[in-house]
Write a protein of this length. Structure first.
Lengths: 136, 136
């Protein structure tokens, strides 16, 4: 989907513990660093929909499994993917796309490396019913 | 300790899941964004010692509990702290300090928001015996 970039990320395993890459500033999809935060989502709960008009999101799932759905309100197109340690990729979401995500595992956590700091004036929220997507 | 900054971070709880802050570019301790990666450490295992000559580390523990020890080789001073969701702070470590960390919980994960991309030429490793610290 236009405005969405999937980037497989390296995992380096060692006996004491692992390294999971998230993002380098030279990576495709990096639009500057504004803020990093974690968001957890309970099993079967859905967070969203939310749209940013200026922020580029870079989402990584280090814990659990999260299903992401991206919606383009112009083309009416949906894109969906499940990310986890087993399908360890970064999803970059450019501005003006709607995003929602659902917890699949028992404990699910994403990291967002956002291109700008949180600013309520550039974000919009809609109720579930505003965008018709069949989650099943 | 000089060169170490502890910053309590916000946790925002909601019924569907939580938000855990990690870093904003306007925060104290932010020296630019180079790379973000996760490192896991098994219970009772120790990773380190490692020293960076140019990288500032910004370490957050979203999963499990990790004990960090920072060592200043000039003053021979040690600093230690355990971080977790229950003691949710960011530790900023400026260059030229030695860092080691030990897994305390069953599954332990840190996020490093590093000021530069990984570059082996600016990092040094020493065996455990090189720095005498009593972990117990």
């Amino acid at each position: 989907m236009d405005g969405v970039i999937l980037t497989p990320l390296k995992q380096i395993h060692s006996p004491k513990g692992d390294i999971f890459h998230a993002m380098k500033k030279s990576d495709e999809g990096f639009d500057g660093f504004g803020e990093a935060y974690f968001s957890t989502v309970n099993k079967d709960d859905i967070k969203g929909w939310k749209k940013h008009t200026r922020m580029t999101l870079n989402l990584v799932v280090p814990i659990g499994t999260i299903e992401f759905v991206i919606y383009n309100e112009i083309t009416k197109e949906f894109f969906n993917i499940e990310l986890s340690q087993d399908n360890y990729q970064r999803i970059t979401v450019k501005p003006d796309l709607w995003v929602a995500f659902r917890g699949i595992g028992e404990y699910n956590m994403l990291l967002n490396l956002a291109s700008i700091e949180h600013d309520p004036s550039e974000a919009a929220n809609v109720e579930f019913l505003g965008i018709k997507y069949d989650w099943n």
